[in-house]
Design a protein around this ligand. Sequence first.
Ligand code: ADP
Ligand code: ASP
Ligand code: MG
Length: 444
Amino acid sequence: MKFGGTSVGDVAAFERVSGIVSSENRFRPVVVVSAMTKVTDALLAAFEIAKKGDAEDGFETLEPHFERHLSVAQHFDVPESSPFHNELQYAREELADLLKRVSRRSLPLSMLKDAIVSYGEQLSSRLLAEVLKKKGINARQVDSRRLIVTDDEFGAAQPIADETERLVKLELEPLIADGEVPILGGFIAANRGGETTTLGRGGSDYSAAIVAAALQAGELQIWTDVTGIMTCDPRIRPDARTIPVLSYEEAAELAYFGAKVLHPKTIKPAVDNAIPVRVCNTFEPERTGTMVLADSGEAPNKIKSIAHKKNITIVRVSSARMLGAYGFMSALFQIFERHRTVIDVVSTSEVSVALTLDNAASLDQIVVDLKRLGDVEVETGYAVVCVVGEGLRASTGLASKVFSTIDDVNIALVSHGASSVNLTFVVKEDQATKAIAKLHDAFF
Ligand code: ADP
Ligand code: ASP
Ligand code: MG
């Protein structure tokens, strides 16, 4: 059972989570929890302030968040001698010290950043364990950094599967067998040297999937602030509806192309171990939400949901001298591989390629290398829109209906046919919301 930040935002939220965990207690759950809402952002902001040289100012901005944790503990009568209070004291001292190190640059910044940001989950998991104990649940906080082993890519670390699986089983199975409910912080992990790493923003979903896979869980539950995966982001269309069933493939495409409700890496461990994923609402636990399974069947109009991702960069490369020559694509993709940059959408013709990047951090060096292949154009400020549904590729007239619905929006790039469940296109960022709203009205 994974609870996101808004599910542990305040006293009322902790109360709701306690009720939900109690009601599932007979299934021997493992709980993965995010930082309390806004805490990760606050820790990152403190890091940025310290980077500018003001470690103490950075630390001070955290005080209201320490207080939020304390007021939850107080409300539930968690004794001051509890492991949570110890951890809070320790977090204060460590964060003050880490922020000073940031301003002095005494360790690599990416490493310090992960150490700092990890306190969100370290505190929330200890607090939740204490609250659950008060509610009569046999909860025990377990430090995820002892279970999830990753590479050294601070900020977006990749778990090492077999080592992680072994440790998760070794640590958690005896507790579960003893009737204890392990409470883990999501998002945080450690490299082989024991240094704290994180799995990327929104990574608690991924942590939960990794643990579920290692334990061969009967179900992975993602508890959030909306009722399941919806026909589009409810912040764009308040009339978005819950989709009762999605296939792994559909859910993975939606997550990858921006449906924030699931971290993009969540689905893989679930698919590999055939674990059903349920996405449900902490605020309305009685509603079923969305089930993600191997097969979902086709929707009557084929389309199940529309996702989008903003802040996308388009890179176009064309090379007339490559006409009829092989090796162009290979050379091109190797450049992105060398710069460890993921490509999202690709569209090609004989001598030109257009592709999109979500993370353009290494773009300058990439462009230098690409110029050896041909002419390069870079355009920023785009959004990827992804229409998803089982059977979409095979259905006649669907692309026509999609594009005629948004015939006043310029389409910069299209990808269709690679996946059987999606039609993806790229529009100017400021046109995305309009396009999605129109498509939503037309299809739902
Ligand atoms: P949590 O803190 O529980 O991890 P997130 O904020 O990461 O929650 O994800 C939930 C949010 O995802 C929702 O509040 C919603 O605005 C957004 N979202 C985007 N696309 C979708 C979608 N297709 N269905 C449901 N929610 C979506
Ligand atoms: N707390 C982390 C974040 O805000 C991880 C998560 O919530 O999943 O990104
Ligand atoms: Mg999330």
